[in-house]
Design a protein around this ligand. Structure first.
Ligand code: HEM
Length: 120
């Protein structure tokens, strides 16, 4: 496992902890926002250090494309989780949407992690 994969695994464990505390918003919200910040950090790192976008453009293997699709969806869904979560916290509205997006987010985030082992 590379250091970036270990980091991604640790963030996934953090997300699992945030989910375990989904009914305790004082704990749930800071954990999920921290996971968002840490994942954004790794995207920025991979771009600056490994030129991920240029690599994807020059060596577009199928698994790399799937990996990038999952990764982009995950970042977009983090934003959606923050928007729907803020609405839920402030007005108690939109719980079903937050929950449904959470399932899609988790699928994409686990997908990003799993495919990272095959992109080389
Ligand atoms: C990717 C990140 C996130 C995931 C996967 C996630 C997932 C969930 C899930 C599964 C629930 C339980 C919904 C239910 O069954 O009723 C929940 C509740 C909640 N989430 Fe999130 N969430 C995330 C981020 C956030 C963020 C960033 C905020 C706020 C800015 C937030 C605010 C809340 C609130 C207020 C609740 C209700 C807690 C309660 O029951 O009192 N979430 N979240």
């Amino acid at each position: 496992m590379t250091p970036v994969q270990a980091y991604s695994t640790a963030v996934l464990a953090l997300i699992a902890a945030g989910l375990a505390f989904r009914r305790r918003r004082q704990i749930h919200i800071p954990i999920m926002l921290l996971a968002f910040a840490l994942d954004l950090g790794s995207v920025i790192y991979l771009q600056l250090q490994r030129h991920a976008i240029q690599k994807a453009a020059s060596e577009p293997t199928a698994i790399l494309m799937v990996h990038i699709a999952f990764a982009i969806a995950s970042i977009g869904l983090y934003t959606a989780m923050t928007v729907t979560g803020t609405r839920l916290a402030r007005r108690g509205a939109g719980r079903p949407v937050h929950r449904r997006l959470a399932a899609i987010f988790l699928f994409c985030r686990v997908g990003t992690w799993a495919t990272s082992f095959f992109v080389g």
